[in-house]
Design a protein around this ligand. Structure first.
Ligand code: NAD
Length: 279
C-alpha cells in the first residue's frame, strides 16, 4: 500500500509533550518531513517504559511494544537532519506556552501547533477529588485551550495562515472505567477544537484534533486489565477490533490534518483508534 508524504519544508512546528510517546513520534515525523520542530515539555528525557508492555493486556493485543530510546527527541530529530530544540514548558501555565510561541519567532513563527501534552490518573469516579480534577484539566484542557489561542494569535498577528492539531482521545465519546475526570478534559478538547475552528476560520487558521485509542506509551502503562472488563468478568471478550497501537501509527493523521491536503478540513476530530469507538 502507498503512503501519503506531506512536506513541511520551511515550517516551524511546535509539539507539546514531545519528549515521549505520541508527541515524540509526531515531532519526529514532522522533522522527517522537513520541519523545524520545537518540543515543549516539562522534561527533556524520554520516559522509559518500565516493562515490555506485557502489563497492557488488551484483549487481542498484538502491538509490538518498544522501549523508548534514551536520546531526547530534539537530538534524534537533529541526527535525522532537522532543526530541532527542546523548550522546557509546563502547558498548565499559559505564560509558559506564550514563551514557547515567542521563542518560535526566532524560526519565523509557529506554522503548526500540536497541543498534545497530557496526563492521566487512574481513579474510579467516586474516588476523584477536587485536586485530581483540577490538575488533569490544568494540563489537558488549559494546555490545549491556551496552546490553541496563543498559537492562533501569533499566526493572526503575523498575517500568516496556520494549522493547529489537538490530541483528544476516544474517551471524548466513549465512557471508560477510571477515566471520568480525564474524559471530561478530552470532551472539552473536542469542543474547543470545534469552537476555535469556527472563530478562526476567517483568519485562515484551521483547528482539528486526533482522538487516539489505546497506544502503548507510559501514560497507558497503568491501564492494565481494563477495569470495566474485569468488573464485568468478561476479559475474554475482544474490546478492540484491531489492537493497541504503537506511537508510530499516530503521526499520519496529525501530518495530514496539518497539511495543505486537509485545506478543507477544520473543526474535525479524527478517531485513530483501531475501531475502538465502534463497539
Ligand atoms: P506520554 O506520557 O508518553 O507522553 C506525554 C508527554 O506529555 C510526556 O512527554 C510528558 O512529559 C508531557 N507532559 C506531561 N505533563 C506536561 C505538562 N504539564 N506540560 C508539558 N508537557 C507535559 O503519553 P502519551 O500516550 O504519548 O500521551 C500523549 C497525549 O495522547 C496525551 O494528551 C494523552 O492524553 C493522549 N492520548 C493517549 C492515549 C494512549 O493510549 N497513549 C490515548 C488517547 C489519548
Amino acid at each position: 500500500m502507498g503512503r501519503l508524504s506531506p512536506t513541511f519544508e520551511g515550517d516551524t512546528v511546535v509539539v507539546t509533550g514531545a519528549s515521549s510517546g505520541i508527541g515524540r513520534a509526531v515531532a519526529l515525523a514532522f522533522a522527517d518531513a522537513g520541519a523545524t520542530v520545537l518540543n515543549a515539555d516539562v522534561r527533556e528525557e524520554p520516559k522509559e517504559l518500565r516493562s515490555d508492555g506485557s502489563s497492557l493486556r488488551f484483549p487481542h493485543d498484538e502491538a509490538t511494544f518498544t522501549t523508548h530510546a534514551e536520546t531526547p527527541t530534539h537530538e534524534l530529530a537533529e541526527e535525522r537532519g532537522a532543526t530541532a530544540e527542546f523548550l522546557e514548558c509546563d502547558v498548565s501555565d499559559p505564560a509558559e506556552i506564550e514563551a514557547v510561541v515567542e521563542h518560535a519567532r526566532d524560526y519565523g513563527g509557529v506554522d503548526v501547533m500540536v497541543n498534545n501534552a497530557g496526563i492521566h490518573i487512574s481513579k474510579r469516579f467516586r474516588e476523584v477529588r477536587p485536586d485530581d480534577l483540577r490538575r488533569v484539566h490544568e494540563v489537558n484542557t488549559y494546555g490545549a485551550f491556551f496552546g490553541t489561542q496563543l498559537a492562533a494569535e501569533d499566526m493572526i498577528s503575523r498575517g500568516e495562515s496556520g494549522t493547529i492539531v489537538n490530541t483528544a482521545s476516544t474517551t471524548m465519546g466513549v465512557a471508560e472505567w477510571e477515566h471520568s475526570h480525564y474524559a471530561t478534559t478530552k470532551g472539552a478538547i473536542r469542543m474547543l477544537t470545534r469552537s476555535a475552528a469556527l472563530e478562526l476560520a476567517g483568519h485562515d487558521v484551521r483547528v482539528n484534533a486526533v482522538a487516539p485509542g489505546p497506544v502503548a506509551t507510559e501514560i497507558t502503562e497503568g491501564w492494565s486489565e481494563r477495569a470495566g472488563a474485569v468488573d464485568a468478568g468478561d476479559t475474554d471478550q475482544p474490546t478492540l477490533p484491531l489492537r493497541a497501537a504503537t506511537p508510530d501509527e499516530l503521526p499520519g493523521a496529525y501530518l495530514f490534518l496539518a497539511s495543505e491536503d486537509a485545506s478543507f478540513v477544520t473543526g474535525e476530530t479524527v478517531w485513530v483508534d483501531g475501531g475502538d469507538h465502534v463497539c
